[in-house]
Design a protein around this ligand. Structure first.
Ligand code: MF3
Ligand code: CO
Length: 272
């Protein structure tokens, strides 16, 4: 059963989603070489609770296991579900930060992959193409299209660059529950899947590997990494299907404003 949300419910979800976007921007502000992933998780949890939200991931049960942190922080060859801890971020890393917020009865979910300092240009291309694939998928998330039109747009774009789509992990419906029907794969044939209806709310989240698509789960039972140890990127938006273009409920606007400020401080000559 796929739950269609009313306009009022979508308005509530927009609030949860806005807080997710602002939380990830707080992380963007703190993210630098030398910081531990545990301290980023703590910062995110405090920010969410200070704004009357609850971290969606903390205490979330998957296959009988309880996730103990507020965020997932996945570095370099880690695809998703990296557990915050003593790991220190270093220059040249890519860091995927995934965060969910529960507020007023509804969840919002978003993820962003950050390059830290100077990063190998071929890895920056992986980040750009993965983010582009998310936006191309969202362009297909319109009334009357089919679910796998989204998936196909993502897959076609990333494979045209020689990257691969993780198969075992997918996007999802979202609302009163963090994970609702339908599953939103990042691969598939257009023209297939359910017809998209008004009020569907989806978390679309391409997880894209620079090398091969195969993944392994670490001994901690959570962290998913690429089998070939090549880097992986992850961007996620929560969207609503309404009339016309999809309504993107989460936002990268605050995140990217922080990133641009940061670049401004590195290259003052470009900014007068
Ligand atoms: N953001 C992940 C998703 O979209 C959720 C993380 S699972 C958790 O599916 F257990 F860590 F919360
Ligand atoms: Co998600």
């Amino acid at each position: 059963m796929i739950y269609s949300k009313t306009e009022e419910e979508i308005a509530l979800m927009r609030k949860s989603c806005l807080l997710v976007g602002k939380t990830i921007a707080e992380i963007a502000r703190a993210l630098r070489p030398g910081i531990t992933t545990a301290s980023l998780d703590k910062l995110a949890e405090e920010f969410i609770r200070d704004h009357s939200g609850v971290p969606s991931f903390k205490g979330y049960v998957v296959h009988g296991k309880t996730y103990p942190y507020s965020t997932c922080i996945s570095c370099n060859d880690e695809v998703v579900h990296g557990m915050p801890g003593p790991r220190v971020i270093v220059e040249g890393d890519i860091v995927s930060f995934d965060c969910g917020v529960y507020l007023n009865g509804y969840h919002g979910d978003s993820a962003y992959t950050f390059p830290i300092g100077e990063v190998n240009p071929s890895i920056l291309t992986l980040l750009r193409v993965t983010k582009e694939s998310l936006m191309l998928g969202i362009e297909k998330a319109v009334l009357g299209n089919r679910l796998l039109d989204i998936s196909s747009a993502i897959q076609t774009h990333v494979e045209s660059h020689g990257y691969s789509v993780v198969r075992e992990l997918v996007g999802h419906g979202i609302g009163r529950q963090l994970h609702e029907k339908p599953e939103v794969p990042n691969y598939g044939k257009k023209g297939n899947g359910v017809v998209l209806k008004s009020g569907f709310t989806l978390a679309i989240e391409p997880m894209i590997n620079k090398g091969h698509k195969e993944i392994i789960t670490a001994k901690d039972g959570w962290t998913v990494a690429t089998k070939d140890h090549q880097p992986s990127a992850h961007y996620e938006h929560t969207i609503a299907i309404t009339s016309g273009k999809a309504d993107i409920l989460t936002t990268f606007e605050y995140i990217e404003a922080v990133r641009n400020e940061y670049i401004g401080t590195l290259q003052p000559e470009l900014h007068g």
